[in-house]
Design a protein around this ligand. Structure first.
Ligand code: GFB
Length: 328
């Protein structure tokens, strides 16, 4: 059932992460007054009993499942058990509790790394499970595929209104800037910022990129994803199923760029003029993952924020919060 009433109770799972926060503030700005959230200290979503008790007590009408263990290429590679195990456990307990307490609609957030490593570009929803995954993030991808399949199965068996949005690489204020665990965009913003004037002679020190810098990525501003979530919540289910029979919609911006080109743009935003070096001992990951957004295009949604503008906002946020690392 679509979201209409401003006082419908909406549970944003993961409301303290970058994505959950963006969704929360966006829904609030859109006039929704009955949002609920729980920190991971107050409610461990990997615990099915605790999750079920929370759903029984709160009886949310709508659920946005943005809670997940996330991280960049190195974190995915280093902590495979956490990335598959925690995500499977969260999905299972939240989706099941949503089913058992009869929520009107659940939106599950996946990621475009679920698509095969060498999928045709741009990657359409139909390319799911048509080839091998990128090894560095296969653990996370398998969990996200399972989460989507769980939604699809509940829809098929019980008619539940459960949908999956598959956003491309996300960034924005509140991102994780820890150089070990973060994604590329916040990592390069931080590295460029810290390298400014840091050479012994006061000029800008070099920035080291992982891998070759040749892989291409598409970047979606977290507030734009939040807008897509609101848009999908407010769209009737029949309209969505007409373009997405299995309930899955990619969310992207329609263009990508190489990591080297991203670095050049970041240098402009940050004002870094030093040399760029490469560390070939670090993985490149998937060569390209541009998404096909024709399903959301057909429904009438598109992303608004340019990469340049989103980078500037994210850098402004980082400078204000410099030193404080925000967990996803
Ligand atoms: O953003 P990222 O960590 O993850 O890396 P993925 C993207 C590309 O940037 C890779 C390169 O080719 C990295 O080698 N890169 C260059 C860097 N310098 C850096 C750096 O300083 N830090 C980082 N982190 N990367 C993740 C998946 O894949 O994307 C997740 O592991 C998820 O499962 C997420 O899907 C959206 O784009 O390769």
């Amino acid at each position: 059932m679509k979201l209409e009433s401003p006082d419908a109770k909406i549970y944003v799972a993961g409301h303290r992460g970058m994505v959950g926060r963006a969704i929360w503030s966006h829904l609030e700005e859109a006039g929704y007054t009955n949002l609920i959230g729980r920190s991971s200290e107050a409610l461990d979503l990997r615990d099915p009993q605790a999750t079920r008790a929370f759903f029984e007590e709160e009886q949310p009408d709508f659920v946005v499942l943005a809670a997940a263990r996330v991280g960049g290429i190195l974190a995915n590679d280093r902590y495979p058990a956490d990335f598959i195990g925690d995500n499977l456990a969260i999905e299972q307990s939240v989706i099941q509790a949503a089913h058992e307490t009869g929520v009107d609609r659940l939106i599950f957030l996946g990621s475009t790394c679920i698509y095969p490593k060498h999928a045709d570009q741009p990657m359409s929803e139909e390319s799911l499970l048509t080839g091998p995954l990128e090894p560095t993030n296969q653990w996370y991808a398998v969990a996200k595929i399972a989460g989507h399949k769980l939604c699809e199965a509940y829809h098929r068996q019980h008619g539940d209104d459960m949908l999956t949005l598959m956003p491309t690489n996300l960034y924005g204020p509140g991102d994780d800037f820890d150089l070990e665990t973060s994604h590329v965009l916040p990592a390069l913003l931080r590295k460029a910022h810290e390298a400014k004037g840091a050479a012994p002679d006061g000029s800008d020190a070099p920035v080291t990129l992982w891998g070759t810098g040749e892989p291409k990525r598409e970047f979606l501003y977290a507030q734009d994803l939040a807008d897509a979530v609101r848009f999908v919540l407010e769209t009737p289910e029949e309209a969505i199923r007409e373009v997405a029979p299995e309930g899955m919609l990619n969310v992207g911006v329609g263009e990508d760029l190489s990591i080297n080109d991203l670095m050049a743009l970041i240098q402009e935003v940050v004002g870094h003029d030093g040399p760029i070096e490469h560390d070939p001992s670090k993985p490149d990951g998937t060569p390209r993952k541009l998404v096909d957004t024709s399903r959301l295009d057909a429904l009438g949604w598109e992303a608004e924020t340019s990469l340049r503008e989103g980078l500037q906002n994210t850098y402004d946020w980082y400078r204000k919060h410099e030193g404080g690392i925000v967990a996803a």
